[in-house]
Design a protein around this ligand. Structure first.
Ligand code: F6R
Length: 259
């Protein structure tokens, strides 16, 4: 695991946007794995800026999002479909039909999860997977106790996740209780994974993910088994790392190449 620590969140965001742009430059037809949530808004804003300046194109890429709430139609204001259109898809050159999210409104959500997993396999698996980190250590909506080999399926959200995401809903009681999410096994098949976390609220989860025992209690700790994962943090999110000095020595200023 590469651990890159940046002075502040803006630099961490720039770093992640830069890593995705580098992958798109090397492999324009890459299959992207995309995340939603507050953390990613700034990353997508950077990518849109870069696209407008003709520094990145998504024209040949395809994407699969990590998750979607069960029960929400794509046009629901709080669906992740809507989020992705507003935050990225409507502003870049990704062809319609090249982007996919699980259908939250599928009549048979379990069958939708199975079909989604199959579609990822048929696409040759994810090439570049973007991840955020839940304060409870989740990735996607793989909550604590998720099987570390799980595939796309339905997960019941923890109360802490529903509370954390209530800010996106007019009424906290409207936060769905279940989501379709790529599994940890699905995520681990990605060729390259880049996880972004910033702010002190993520410090405990970041330490458990990077330095804790690999355990379903912190689903993100499964990334310890992945060969090509880069974790990008700001100083606040790095605040509880025991080996922080070591990471900073290997990657001064959060630079990706080894010093
Ligand atoms: C979203 C997702 C989640 C978020 C995580 C962090 O697609 O999969 O794992 O990345 O909950 O959310 P924020 O960024 O809102 O703190």
């Amino acid at each position: 695991m590469k651990v890159l620590i940046h002075e502040d969140a803006a630099l961490a965001v720039d770093c992640v946007a830069g890593l995705m742009m580098a992958r798109l430059a090397r492999q324009p037809e890459v299959v992207l794995g995309l995340a939603t949530g507050g953390t990613m808004e700034a990353v997508y804003a950077r990518l849109i800026e870069a696209h407008r300046a003709r520094r990145v194109s998504f024209a040949r890429a395809r994407s699969f999002n990590l998750d979607e709430y069960v029960g929400l139609r794509p046009d629901h204001p709080c669906s992740y479909w809507r989020y992705m259109r507003e935050q990225l898809f409507d502003h870049v050159d990704m062809p319609a039909g090249a982007t996919r999210l699980p259908r939250g409104d599928a009549r048979d959500a379990e069958a939708e999860a199975v079909a989604y997993e199959r579609a990822i396999v048929e696409a040759g698996d994810i090439g570049f997977q973007l991840l955020g980190l839940g304060a409870n250590g989740h990735i996607g909506f793989n909550e604590p106790s998720s099987s570390l080999q799980s595939l796309t399926r339905i997960k019941t959200l923890t109360r802490s996740t529903r509370e954390a995401n209530a800010r996106f809903f007019a009424n906290p009681a409207d936060v769905p209780r279940r989501a379709i999410t790529m599994g940890i096994g699905t995520i681990l098949r990605a060729d390259e994974i880049v996880l972004l976390a910033y702010g002190a609220g993520k410090a405990e989860a970041a330490a458990a993910m990077i330095e804790g025992p690999m355990s379903a209690a912190c689903p993100a700790s499964a990334l310890q088994m992945h060969r090509r994962t880069t974790v990008v943090l700001d100083e606040a999110a790095a605040g509880k790392l025991t080996l922080r000095e070591y990471y900073e020595e290997v990657h001064p200023g959060g630079r990706s190449e080894v010093a």
